[in-house]
Design a protein around this ligand. Sequence first.
Ligand code: FES
Ligand SMILES: [Fe+2]
Length: 383
Amino acid sequence: MDKGKFRKRGVDYPIFDGTRTLPGKYYHSEEIYEEEVEKIFYKFWVYACRAEEISSVGDYKLIKVANESLILVRDKSHEVKALFNVCRHRGTQLCDKPKGIFKSKSIQCPYHAWTYALDGKLLNAPLMKEGHGFQKDDCALHQASVHIWEGFVFINLDKNPAPFEVQMEALMGKFTDWKIDELRIAHHLRYELNCNWKLILQNYQECYHCPGVHPLLTELTPVQSAQHDYSKGAVIGGFMDLSKDGGSMTMTGEAAAPSICNVSGDDLKRIYYYSVFPNMLLTPHPDFVLFHHITPLGPEKIINDCYWLFRPEIINDLKAQAGIKSAVEFWDLTNKQDWKVCEQMQTGTKSTRFTRGFYSGREDILYQLDLELLKALGHHNTD
Ligand code: FES
Ligand SMILES: [Fe+2]
């Protein structure tokens, strides 16, 4: 499959050593964070959950998008809905358990028992008569838009969202060979981190730090092999070459499982790294797919949920468990190495002595990410 055009990092690209980083306030300021929430998290398509997590009618999962809580639920027509977790009576949060099933196939407010269908429609408001401006049909739960791509449920909180395909143009058709919609979660780890959400995206898009921070990763994928995607916009990334034929990112460097379905040719030798701005990192390997879901809890705090997706037959094969474990251990080790430097950067950039740093040519994608951020915020001047 044509994966598009790539360029060598720091080479053949109109960005040179000396490009400056964002000022430290972009990682700490409450005001800038609130602006990001309004202009990015409430405007862009954001990753919410895997469709498999809510596979049956009534299954739900709560997710947070900045300050909002949403109920991702499978309704009676098997569609996924993203309902604001806010009762239309007096605003009580409807649900506080992180996931489960609405056994009654309805959602009841714990306060005065207003009851909603799984698609959000108000079914019953005890002792309330319609009239004086109150109409049940006008009191459905508010909803976000939903788009499912390769089994990933994305939502958009904007009342008039831009088309999903426009924001995600660079992803369209790129990883079809992995049949990611058929993959299933083999493992999940949650990390709570004291750093700004952007530091995680930045860290993920450069391997300038790899020789010092990730000795094992550097053995498995040489830093010099990193290439960028030429695509522009909210999806940005590239790949690195595996040093071992038939290998993968595991503790031993051996594949964790047979390569996935139609993955072939160069893709058998590459690890792809894509930032799906603003809250997802996507890492297709020849034999599995790793992804991160970033949930900001403020300018200096995030939850990072990391998932390992494998073919279902591999997950169900007892003999394959060692391979899965090796992939999980490798990425857990690598993640923790990354989180440590991200938290240290969060602290360091708060110093009054930190103004703006200098990007190397190997960090050109970070500069591109900064430009995307500033464009979304409408900031022409960062001072
Ligand atoms: S606040 Fe929900 S029923 Fe009263
Ligand atoms: Fe890293």
